[in-house]
Ligand binder design. Structure first.
Ligand code: ATP
Length: 312
């Protein structure tokens, strides 16, 4: 179990970045962490990896404390690996050597086989003999993911691991990691700005706000029952309809077209997004709402909201 206990941290005296972050995570899943930019997500992963020492609190992997930079020559825990934007590649070594050096725990024959599997996964076979310094940004990111996977550590911390990758590679590598974590019963923590990416791969997600986890919940609960607009908007488009002193939060799919009663709406525009259309409407008091459908909703005059997510 990964046990993060009451972590406090500040880079300087003006601001406490983390103010008591705690959670226990069991292996066998990909766990997501989301939250506002600058909220401390990367800082927390660096503390879990041992690259930063917390001002208060501790991190344990299977009851063994993770040692920080002031406590150990090579800080961290041998079973915890971090993939972040500092790709940490051996720039003057080839792509294949960069991966192979991380698979020293396997026999020679298995080493080459595993190296080929990872090159296939991140689609770097064609540049395997090239020095890492000549790779593009996206290729370097793929190589850093392959290196982290090569180590076969029990805990994989991934900070925006797919930021430079196209949709096909995000899907392929994400699916590989999810399966790996389940089959090997390891743990992956995924930090991402992309709410849909986190929902896709994680069974549980924590929302980091004001230096603490304000909510730990399932993707479905975050999506359909957000605590507030900011939290909900993180996971996808969200309508906020003000009615008197309360606000109704509903997703663009949470509606029914009706002939009478319901909410009066006036169609203003529609935009094609491939799998669906977005139709824009104004309410009588000039609030804008957006609805998704498989064709433009030009003739719609009234809708009934299916969401009951009203906030005071
Ligand atoms: N080395 C540093 N020295 C001083 N302040 C820092 C340092 N690194 C980060 N910070 C500050 O700490 C806060 C948290 O940064 P962090 O990178 O952990 O946030 P984040 O949630 O990962 O943000 P983002 O989602 O934008 O990547 C920010 O206000 C940032 O400016």
């Amino acid at each position: 179990m990964l046990s993060i206990r009451q972590i406090h941290f500040s880079y300087n005296e003006q601001k406490n970045v983390l103010r008591g972050v705690s959670i226990d995570l069991n292996p066998g899943e990909v766990f997501g962490i989301v939250g506002a930019s600058g909220g401390g997500k990367s800082t927390l992963l660096k503390i879990v990896a041992g690259l930063l020492g917390p001002s208060k609190g501790s991190v344990y992997w299977n009851e063994e404390r993770v040692l920080g930079p002031g406590e150990r020559l090579i800080p961290g825990h041998s079973e915890i690996q971090l993939v972040n934007q500092d790709f940490n590649l051996d720039l003057f070594h080839t792509v294949r050597e960069n991966i192979r050096v991380k698979i020293l725990h396997l026999h020679e024959k298995d080493r080459e086989r595993f190296c080929d599997e990872l090159l296939d996964l991140v689609e770097l076979n064609e540049v395997a003999a090239q020095q890492a310094r000549y790779l593009s940004g996206g290729e370097q990111q793929r190589l850093s993911i392959a290196r982290a996977l090569a180590l076969e550590s029990e805990v994989l911390l991934m900070d925006e691991p797919f930021s430079h990758l196209d949709a096909h590679l995000r899907m392929k590598i994400g699916a590989y990691i999810k399966q790996l974590v389940e089959v090997r019963n390891t743990l992956c923590i995924l930090v991402s700005h992309e709410g849909d990416e986190v929902m896709q791969w994680c069974r549980k997600i924590a929302f980091l706000s004001k230096g603490k986890f304000s909510r730990i919940d399932t993707p479905e609960a975050f999506y359909f029952n957000p605590s507030n607009f900011d939290e909900g908007a993180y996971f996808g488009e969200l309508n906020e309809l003000k009615e008197g002193r309360s606000k109704n939060l509903f997703r663009p799919c949470e509606y029914k077209i009706v002939k009478k009663d319901g909410l009066e709406v006036q169609f203003t525009d529609a935009v094609f997004f491939g799998a669906y259309w977005k139709s824009f409407f104004k309410t009588p008091d000039k609030q804008t709402i957006v609805l998704y459908s498989n064709k433009p909703l030009k003739k719609v005059k009234r809708i009934e909201l299916k969401s009951k997510n009203t906030k005071a």
